[in-house]
Design a protein around this ligand. Structure first.
Ligand code: XUL
Length: 530
């Protein structure tokens, strides 16, 4: 019998470590997880983190992540998983978090003794036991300093894809340097959570990949090199501590002999660069050139595949994890389902059926009525409150209920299109909108989405998309060596996405002028909110 080929994807996320194995047909053959709070109670985390008393500082113990890896591999072994069939593995980490390896650790990593679990071997290898993670917002001073040092927020965005954000790693490193200079000096290497996890498999420091590296406010996203200006503004000697950056689908080397001896991995099993969880999700959702994924949850998130980005003060541009010359963007809208549910309660007595009837009984374009609905301070754009404008461009205090419902849904999708286009996104003939999250079950809402973007909408399942994306990336990393195929070729094997709605004829003519008016009113709303 021909031997099987397995590809492993790991996801070191905030609350748990997950693993997925796929076979050569990209079908999932194994899935498991270790939940930090529940399965590793000795660390005493809540939701995988410690929130400090200032409520701004949020950290996670590095050894917890390592012990979770010990536990998950033991579980796989005892369930009879055949590690010798794994041809390649890759993984994802929560973005922005940083790990500080102590002077002298590289040698230890290169000589791991298979007799002991990793968390024992690496017990005293970190100059910082608790890593700052993405939920941290304690570095406002460092952010302002960095922006000023490079000539302003927009200049920083032009270089690194984002203005300064508290959770972005450069600002976190600057804080460590300022507040704990002795820790910084003792540190031989700083990894992201993703490259830290890759290092555990590689038995050596793994380079940071372009895509997760774009979430640091340190990487020049066009030149794919550390920006000297940004490094200098954060801490001295940082370049040496960060190591090199590599394309996200690079093969980093074979798995460490530790895994060969302890778990029976093949010595030929390759480690493909790890990346951030959002880039990994883009791979897991199987986005292609020109696609856009819209996650309609508590908040709404947009994942865009962009070729020529124009970084802005809102949203993030990352190097594309799948195609190294392209980019991806991430946009977050806080008033998502929260707002849809509020208007449903106010205007259709809590019934989604009635909400949908209202969408069907009103026409695309809403006869020129436009609304902004931000129950809480919105992220994209920074604005708050409810603002309504009628067809004569006059501000009005209410709309009939049906008009209100359509104004909400159209407004939410027009904002998404406008902000996506500001970041350089262009709708192409082959564009697909991949919808996911609670509201993606509602076809009438999806019809509006399709009309506003003038593109077909597909629904996709995204449970564990980051983890699955890494199993795909492992397969792609390996196969591209042999045949130079793209991830798109590799994932042809996976199940097709389901087409659910197509744009109505003439929708583009209706929304073109409406989008212009929406953008103009948005500036008014931002001014009024501030
Ligand atoms: C993205 C971000 C979060 C983390 C969550 O910028 O901060 O989505 O990646 O794991």
């Amino acid at each position: 019998m021909a031997s099987a080929a397995y590809y492993l994807g790991f996801d070191f996320s905030t609350q748990q470590l997950k693993v997925i194995a796929v076979n050569e047909h990209l079908q999932v053959v194994y899935e498991d997880n270790v939940h930090f709070d529940k399965d590793l109670p000795e660390f005493g985390t809540q939701g995988g983190v410690y929130v400090q008393s200032d409520k701004l500082t949020v950290i996670s113990p590095v050894l917890m992540w390592i012990k979770a890896l010990d536990v998950i591999l033991d579980k796989m072994k005892s369930s009879g998983f055949n590690f010798s069939e794994v041809k390649a593995l890759s993984g994802a980490g929560q973005q922005h978090g940083s790990v500080y390896w102590k002077e002298g650790t590289r040698e230890l990593l290169q000589n791991l003794s298979a007799a002991r679990p990793l968390h024992k071997l690496l017990e005293s290898c970190f100059s910082l036991q608790d890593s700052p993670i993405w939920m941290d917002s304690s570095t406002t001073a460092e952010c302002r300093y960095l922006e000023e040092a490079v000539g302003g927020a927009q200049e920083l965005a032009k270089l690194t894809g984002s203005r300064a954000y508290e959770r972005f790693t450069g600002n976190q490193i600057a804080k460590v340097y300022k507040q704990k200079p002795e820790v910084y000096t003792q540190t031989e290497r700083i990894s992201l959570v993703s490259s830290f996890a890759a290092s555990l498999f590689l038995g050596d420091y793994a380079p940071i990949d372009y895509s997760d590296g774009s979430g640091m406010n340190l990487l020049h996203i066009y030149e794919k090199m550390w920006s000297g200006k940004c490094l200098d503004a954060c801490a001295p000697g940082l370049k040496e501590k960060l190591g090199s950056v590599v394309p996200s689908s690079s093969i980093l080397g074979p798995v460490s002999t530790y895994y060969v001896h302890r778990f029976g991995f093949s010595p030929g099993c390759k480690v493909v660069a790890f990346t951030g969880d959002n880039p990994a999700s883009l791979a897991g959702m199987r986005l292609k050139e020109g696609d856009i994924a819209v996650s309609l949850g508590t908040s709404d998130t947009l994942f865009l595949w962009i070729q020529e980005p124009t970084p802005a003060l809102e949203g993030h541009i990352f190097c594309n994890p799948v195609q190294p010359h392209d980019y991806m963007a991430l946009l977050c809208f806080k008033n998502g389902s929260l707002m849809r549910e509020k208007i449903r309660d106010d205007c259709s007595t809590g019934s989604w059926d009635d909400f949908c009837k209202a969408l069907r009984s009103t026409s695309p374009g809403n006869n020129g009525n436009i609304g902004f609905y931000f129950e809480v301070m919105e992220i994209t754009p920074q604005a708050v409150g409810v603002h309504r404008f009628n067809a004569d461009n006059q501000k009005v205090s209410e709309f009939p209920k049906d008009v209100e419902i359509r104004a909400l849904v159209e407004g939410q999708f027009m904002a998404k299109r406008i902000h996506a286009e500001r970041l350089g996104y262009r709708i192409m003939p082959q564009t697909r909108i991949l919808a996911t999250g609670g509201a993606s079950r509602n076809l009438d809402i999806l019809q509006v989405l399709s009309d506003v973007f003038n593109a077909p909408v597909y629904t996709i399942a995204t449970a564990n998309s980051a983890c699955l994306g890494c199993a795909y990336r492992a397969a792609h990393g390996l196969l591209k060596e042999a045949s130079a195929s793209s991830l798109t070729d590799v994932i042809k094997l996976a199940e097709e996405h389901k087409l659910v709605v197509t744009p109505r004829t003439g929708a583009d003519k209706i929304y073109e002028p409406l989008l212009k008016r929406y953008a103009e009113f948005e500036s008014v709303v931002i001014r009024e909110s501030n």
